[in-house]
Design a protein around this ligand. Structure first.
Ligand code: C5P
Length: 239
């Protein structure tokens, strides 16, 4: 077993096509060695049952549904996610200050333990040209900073960001503002379709709190050993 601490930094992205494969994979993991991310594909196929099952097994679940709608609808969706026992949830910061504040208020009012509320700023798939086409004439970097500031003002706990943005965001918003970073690859691991990656050690040294890592763990010949190696690298970096 490779229990890291009470605060595992790795969130394993469960990008499996169906619940059975996800269940079989998760059965190999010990809660406390990582957290789990369920995204739109798996949630749409399997629904809340899978979230509840993993929570009941003692896993922390990041429900990555990126809510974006009118404030009341997002607030209700956040309450519903909290009632499933999600540990972390997220909303699109481009939904605006009122939407984010409504999400935060709904979570504060819910009887359940409040999940961490994280904002998505600019999707890394969006180029400057893509932003311009939607009427946003600043660079993606400027827009990330603008939206992250709005998220902090609305009471969000942090944002999802590229590991390359982590040090700038940490310096601007402080170490209490949670940074969740995908795009992480251990040294020598396959990049898959990620282009600008950082190692787990470098990402946490730059201020990332949680690292979303999928294929380097889920497709490893020995996922438990792959996770243990990543956890060891993180521990060495923050020691
Ligand atoms: O397998 P891999 O480590 O690339 O998985 C990364 C996870 O993080 C996937 O679930 C992917 O959808 C998600 N993600 C990402 N880049 C973003 C936002 C989310 O890779 N900018």
């Amino acid at each position: 077993m490779n229990k890291t601490s009470d605060n595992p930094r790795v969130i394993v992205a469960l990008d499996f096509p169906d619940g059975e494969q996800a269940r079989q994979f998760v059965a190999r993991l010990t809660p406390g060695t990582c957290r789990l991310k369920i995204g739109k594909e798996l949630f749409t196929r399997e629904g809340p049952t899978l979230v509840r099952a993993f929570v009941e097994q003692g896993h922390d679940v990041f429900l990555d549904l990126k809510f974006h709608d009118i404030p009341n609808t997002v607030a209700q969706a956040c309450s519903a996610a909290a009632s499933l026992g999600a540990w972390m949830i997220n909303v699109h910061t481009s939904g605006g200050l009122k939407m984010m504040a409504a999400a935060r208020e709904a979570l504060d009012a819910s009887a359940d333990q409040r999940p961490l509320l994280i904002g998505v700023t600019v999707l890394t798939s969006m180029s400057a040209e893509d932003l311009r086409e939607t009427g946003i004439d600043v660079t993606p970097e400027q827009q990330v900073l603008r939206l992250a500031a709005l998220a902090q003002k609305a009471g969000l706990d942090g944002v999802v960001c590229s590991p390359r943005e982590a040090s700038v965001l940490r310096d601007r918003f402080g170490s209490g503002f949670t940074l969740v970073t995908p795009g992480v690859r251990p040294q020598g691991a396959a990049l898959d379709d990620q282009t600008r990656v950082m190692t787990p050690g470098a990402a946490v040294r730059d201020g990332a709190h949680y690292l979303v890592i999928g294929r380097p763990v889920t497709r490893a010949a020995d996922p438990v050993a792959a996770l243990a190696a990543i956890n060891a690298e993180i521990q060495a970096a923050i020691a």
